[in-house]
Design a protein around this ligand. Structure first.
Ligand SMILES: [Fe+2]
Length: 425
């Protein structure tokens, strides 16, 4: 038996990997910007109860970041030009750039709000009755909404039937993230009386020095929100302060105070993923509902594992756009399926990148993956009805000019698939 070269022995590797020897250590091990942020803003520090046994044991501390109010009532923020509800693209862009959020007025009509509200309240009760409700420190979350009502499919897709301002929302998100962006999750966040505030945080938890957002969170109040019922806590402009601090390797100094978001039901509040924010305290006995619909660049891993969680019923009727949002569309070199999707640009409906048929085959118990093959494989093995053949065949039939991309080409070259496709679905 050949001995392994000593350089490959774990003990040797460990002895040669002291922290000061490691490359990129300062970057990889950095705890900024939160480290200096918490040191210089002690009122922001807050740890929410992690277990039900500590539920309700927190104490309200006067002067803490969650002891605040809406911008126009806040002594520090009064008179500043904080974002106001608007349908004006120019104003909304300016608000995003300066403050890290904007408010799209009446993005949902009153009727659209009512549909979502009824479904959320019914689902919340149903999940409690079924014993599968997700209790949060603030109240209750409904996860993976896409399986829980057709209205949520249109919501994620920002279809005008569900979101009358969808086209305007998409324009702003595309400007922020670039074409091809996808959805990370859709959660209904319900804050209840007695809940605790969430620690301030950034949704974008990587590339914190970025000059533009990598993620966007669209907050949609389904009930009016304000300082009384737990309007989202946020620090306007913090997206710039924090990213600049990381980029320039300097500590975060004293930050301006947090405010409660105030917005009418049906407003869509688009937030930059770098903005400091957290769920507020609901001081009323009426549930506060906000839909959390995060969007992100397509190469980032999604919060919801849509590949497993989306129901077959939803997948079968999903539009190209909804499939793309959930990640069932290969993007340039990422999330290919058995190589299907290389060369695809990751645009909705692009035949070369559509991967949902693999999942549907798996649901039927018929997903036949290409496994070990070689010169001695049997004819049965070589001619097997691999699902890859069906998917590629369908892609070729549906996308005349689009590269099929089998074979790992990333330059758009179409390579060949040996046997003719069988049993096209
Ligand atoms: Fe968040």
């Amino acid at each position: 038996m050949n001995s392994i070269p000593p350089e490959f022995e774990p003990a040797t590797i460990k002895s040669r990997s002291a922290p000061e020897m490691q490359m990129y250590r300062a970057e990889v091990a950095s705890q900024e910007p939160m480290k200096s942020l918490l040191e210089n803003n002690p009122d922001i520090y807050f740890v929410t109860p992690m277990r039900s046994s500590s539920w309700g044991e927190w104490e309200f501390k006067r002067g803490s970041y969650y002891d605040t109010t809406i911008g126009e009532k806040h002594a520090f923020w009064q008179g500043k030009d904080l974002p106001q509800p608007s349908k004006d693209l120019g104003q909304l862009r300016a608000d995003m750039l300066k403050w890290g959020y904007c408010k799209v007025e009446n993005a949902l009509s009153a009727e659209q709000v009512a549909v979502i509200k009824q479904r959320v309240m019914e689902q919340a009760e149903g999940e409690r009755l079924a014993g599968v409700a997700q209790k949060t420190p603030s109240g209750q979350n409904i996860n993976c909404c896409v399986n829980k009502g057709q209205c949520f499919e249109g919501f994620i897709e920002q279809h005008p039937s569900a979101v009358q301002g969808g086209a305007l929302i998409e324009q702003l998100v595309t400007e922020a993230l670039g074409v091809g962006w996808i959805c990370t999750s859709l959660i209904a966040a319900i804050s209840l009386q007695g809940g605790v505030p969430q620690a301030l945080h950034q949704d974008q938890n990587n590339a914190l020095d970025s000059r533009s957002p990598m993620t966007i969170n669209i907050l949609t109040p389904i009930t009016d929100v304000d300082e009384a019922n737990g309007g989202t806590l946020l620090i306007p402009g913090s997206h710039l302060v924090l990213s600049e601090a990381v980029r320039e390797h300097k500590p975060v100094g004293k930050l301006p105070p947090a405010i409660n978001l105030d917005a009418k039901a049906g407003t869509m509040v688009i937030t930059d993923g770098r903005l400091l924010h957290g769920t507020g305290i609901n001081h009323t006995d009426v549930p506060r509902i906000v839909m959390l619909n995060g969007m992100q660049k397509s190469f980032l891993r999604q919060q919801e594992n849509w590949m497993l969680s989306v129901s077959p019923k939803v997948l079968k009727r999903a539009s190209h756009k909804l499939l793309h949002r959930m990640g069932y569309q290969a993007t340039t070199g990422t999330q290919t399926n058995e190589g299907h999707g290389f060369g695809a640009k990751g645009l909705a409906g692009e035949a070369a990148g559509a991967t949902v048929d693999f999942r549907l085959a798996a649901d039927r118990g018929q997903y036949l993956r290409v496994g070990e093959l070689g010169p001695n494989s049997t004819q049965e093995e070589l001619q097997a009805a691999y699902t890859l053949r069906d998917v590629v065949s369908k892609a070729r039939a549906g996308g005349k000019s689009a590269p099929v991309g089998i074979g790992g080409s990333t330059d758009g070259t179409v390579s060949t698939l040996g046997a003719p496709a069988t049993n096209p679905s």
